[in-house]
Design a protein around this ligand. Sequence first.
Ligand code: DC
Length: 229
Amino acid sequence: MKKIIIAIDGYSSSGKSTMAKELAKETGYIYIDTGAMYRAVTLYALRQGYFEGNHVNEGKLKADMPNISISFQFNPSTGKSDTFLNGENVEKEIRSMEVAKKVSLVASLSFVRKAMVAQQQAMGKEKGIVMDGRDIGTVVFPDAELKLFVTASPEVRARRRVEELLAKGEKVSYEEVLENVKERDYLDSTRKESPLRQAKDALVLDNSNMSRAEQEAWLKEKFEACVKE
Ligand code: DC
């Protein structure tokens, strides 16, 4: 069977990473969470003290880009990949609200995107990859064989995010998370650099009222049709 590139784009907390991970597991493909890469750069900038309120010191961050190395390692105890920043496992920190509140700003910087996109393209060279993000089907892999665009209402997505964060022991309110979801939707879709857009040839999935099993079945069908072609 031919190996393909699967590009999954969509809004934050739309369930795209759950879908992408499941599909990678079923197909034996490599899964890359590109949001985690932008989150890791944000964590780096926070730790270095490069933020002043809602501004980031672009000059310092730009000069530091060659010193930021991001990688993924499979964690057998969770069955998932963990994100590493310069050799340190930062999987938990990058999912915090503190990072979530700053990441859209970092992801809007062209020098950050250029560096991340180059790394992502290198990761997909051999195909057999499922990558999720915002610009995978439009910028990173415009020739991907299978492109999906996942969406759900902001309220459904905020509820999912609250459950995720509470399960991790982070105390957050639904209102705070809903506001963050809406703000990130706005920033991600209106930014100048590679805004969140649906690729013309992407298949759209609105999973507001779908169960996980229904989504998986939908995805499996699309994947099989694509590799058979
Ligand atoms: O998928 P996520 O919520 O973990 O993504 C975190 C942020 O990174 C999100 O606000 C948008 C940005 N992002 C991006 O600009 N491009 C990508 N390919 C992936 C994520």
